[in-house]
Structures are given as structure tokens and as C-alpha cells.
Design a protein around this ligand. Structure first.
Ligand code: ATP
Length: 337
């Protein structure tokens, strides 16, 4: 388990002190896929760098399996960094080395003999679905393939935790989906705890079980993804849920009730769903705001629907939509903004 307690990180700059993290408290359970989401400058990278002590906290502690990592010697810290590995937005591969040698690199650093490291690297190329790329150089691969090699390298030392810092931000939606599938597969098959740092809500919705929302260095909301995203409370969460300001009109309108529908991989696109509800339940809903996207045949994101002010209709609409797998529905009251 990773426990972050009262973590504060300040940077001294020419313009004064910047508080990048303020009193952050988080518990990340073993085997979780945990999302940390926030806008640019929220403190995500600083948090991740404090988790593996690339950055020393100004105050507070990070415990990994009960061990306060600030108290470790340099040698012990190197061992922790083999247990807590990382992938990045820019992949950070060594361009002069082949893929195989990139994966061997952390093993050689850990003192493993060459032949053994090579055997392990070949196994990992298989795990990430690129068995034929051993002798290719990173520049010969697509972005998605390079990230697969980076994942293989991150897995080389049999880590317990994989930190993913904006790992899919440079990739197109289809490749992002494939990489997230791979990460999910690794989490399930190898039991590795995954921490996903991102500014993209769709990434959290697709893969994470829990999420913390970071805003100006503080955790403003934390919990199960579907619950946090279906009823965002903080301004930061609302901005993330409706990034395009799709809810700007959303003052309460007399005679109208509103429900929020959250899709986390539901096999449905929004038009047929609303049309189907109209046909099957004779309920006409208007789409007041939507921020959804389809990846393959699955929908992610959420939608705000307007319904007639009738208890029976609202109840039936909620029942109808909730019966669809991977869809969460909740009535929204008050101004949404
Ligand atoms: N080494 C540093 N020196 C001074 N200020 C820093 C340093 N690193 C980060 N900061 C400041 O701390 C705050 C949080 O930065 P951080 O990079 O952690 O945010 P982020 O959420 O990862 O942003 P982004 O998504 O843009 O990478 C910002 O205000 C940033 O300017």
C-alpha cells in the first residue's frame, strides 16, 4: 500500500515560494488502478516525483508498504525505484540502443548478467505484444510501440507499482485505448498497482477504479471514479467533467428535471440511446450538455439530460438508463455550475 500523509512540497524561486503540493493525503491500495487527475500546474508531476523520491517533500511523508521512504539510505532508495517504476509522456527511451537493449538497461544496472537479462527482455517483448522488435531502434517504431517498449522496460525489474505520468497524452485515441488495455492487462495478470497521472478524464474513466482530483496542489475530491464523476462537487471536478463548458446553461429551469448519465465503457452511443428510450419508454429527453467520446464501440464521458418535471418519468428514465451496463445515472439538482 502507498500512504501519502500531509505531503507538502514548496519550491523556492526568484519570485518567492511556490507551493506545488499542499497537505496531500492519499491511500492507494495494492492492486488498484488509481487515477490522479488535474489541470496543468495542479501538481501532478510533483506528486508523482515525491512518490519515488525524485523530489524530497518539504513536509509530510510517503510510506510504501509501511516504510517511510524519506528515511531510506541511497542504496535502499535504489531498491525502491526498482519496485516503483515509471513511464512518461515522451517515452524516454535510449535512441542509440535497440529495443532489447533498452529493456535490458535497468536489469544491467541492477547487476543481472547479460544472458539472463536478454532472456527476461525477450519475455517482456512478448508481454507487450512486440516480439519481433528486439533489434529495432526506437525511432523505427510508432509512438504506441515506443510506449510498449517503455512499459516492458518498466516491468523488467518486477515492480510492485507502475507510475504512469501522462503516458498516453502524446497518443491518438485508438492507440491510447490499446495502451490502456495493456496497462489493465498487466495490472490483472501481474497484480501490479498502477497510478495514472493525467489531465484527461476519459483516461480515468476508462481504466481507473479510484480517482483523486488535484487542484492548485490540494486534493479536492477523492473516491470511486463513477461516484466522483457522476456528482462532481468541487469547481475543479466540474471543469473536468464538462471541459467544454457544456453545462454553462445549466441553471435550474422551471418545469424541467435533469439527470446526469456517466458512461464508463458502455456499449452505446448517445443518439440511439436517447432514441431507444423514447421508443421503448415513451420518454423524450433533451440533451442539455454532453462530453462523450466513442472508442471502438464503447462510450466514455457523460451527458446531462433534461426531462419533464414528473416523478414517474424521471424514475423510469433513471431505471431504464441504469439497467445498461457501465452506465451510471443520477438526478442533478440545483445549478450545475
Ligand atoms: N522545480 C520547480 N521549481 C519551481 N516551481 C516548480 C518546480 N516544479 C514545479 N513547479 C511549480 O509547481 C506547480 C505544480 O507543477 P507540476 O509540474 O507538478 O504540475 P502538473 O500538474 O504536473 O502540470 P502539467 O500537467 O502542466 O505537467 C506549478 O506551479 C509549477 O510551476
Amino acid at each position: 500500500m502507498i500512504e501519502i500523509k500531509n505531503l507538502t512540497k514548496e519550491f523556492q524561486t526568484a519570485d518567492g515560494t511556490v507551493e506545488a503540493l499542499r497537505d496531500v493525503n492519499l491511500n492507494i491500495q495494492d492492486g488498484d488502478i488509481y487515477g490522479i487527475i488535474g489541470m496543468s500546474g495542479a501538481g501532478k508531476s510533483t506528486l508523482v516525483r515525491c512518490i519515488n523520491m525524485l523530489e524530497r517533500p518539504t513536509r509530510g511523508q510517503v510510506f510504501i508498504d509501511g516504510q517511510d521512504i524519506a528515511k531510506l539510505t541511497d542504496k535502499e532508495l535504489r531498491a525502491v525505484r526498482r519496485d516503483v517504476t515509471m513511464i512518461f509522456q515522451g517515452f524516454n527511451l535510449l535512441m542509440q540502443r535497440t529495443c532489447l537493449k533498452n529493456i535490458c538497461f535497468p536489469l544491467e544496472l541492477a547487476g543481472m548478467e547479460k544472458e539472463k537479462a536478454k532472456k527476461r527482455a525477450l519475455e517482456l517483448l512478448d508481454v507487450v505484444g512486440l516480439p519481433d522488435k528486439a533489434n529495432a531502434y526506437p525511432a523505427q517504431l510508432s509512438g504506441g510501440q515506443q510506449q510498449r517498449i517503455a512499459i516492458a522496460r518498466a516491468l523488467a525489474t518486477d515492480p510492485k507499482v507502475l507510475l504512469c505520468d501522462e503516458a498516453t497524452s502524446a497518443l491518438d485515441p485508438k492507440t491510447t485505448h490499446a495502451i490502456l488495455e495493456l496497462i489493465r492487462d498487466i495490472n490483472r495478470r501481474l497484480g501490479i498497482t498502477v497510478i495514472i497521472i493525467t489531465h484527461q478524464m476519459s483516461v480515468v474513466e476508462e481504466i481507473c477504479s479510484r480517482v483523486a482530483i488535484l487542484d492548485s496542489g490540494s486534493v479536492v475530491e477523492e473516491g470511486v471514479v463513477s461516484e466522483v464523476f457522476s456528482s462532481p462537487k468541487s469547481g475543479a471536478a466540474k471543469r473536468l467533467v464538462f471541459p467544454d463548458g457544456a453545462d454553462e446553461i445549466l441553471e435550474e429551469v422551471p418545469g424541467e428535471r435533469r439527470i446526469r448519465v456517466v458512461f464508463s465503457g458502455a456499449v452505446a452511443s448517445r443518439e440511439p440511446l436517447i432514441a431507444k428510450m423514447a421508443m421503448e419508454e415513451q420518454i423524450t429527453a433533451s440533451i442539455l450538455g454532453a462530453s462523450t467520446k466513442s472508442i471502438g464501440d464503447k462510450a466514455y464521458g457523460n451527458m446531462l439530460l433534461g426531462l419533464p418535471d414528473d416523478d414517474g418519468v424521471v424514475k423510469r428514465a433513471i431505471q431504464y438508463l441504469s439497467s445498461i451496463p457501465d452506465v451510471l445515472v443520477e438526478e442533478v439538482t440545483g445549478d450545475v455550475r
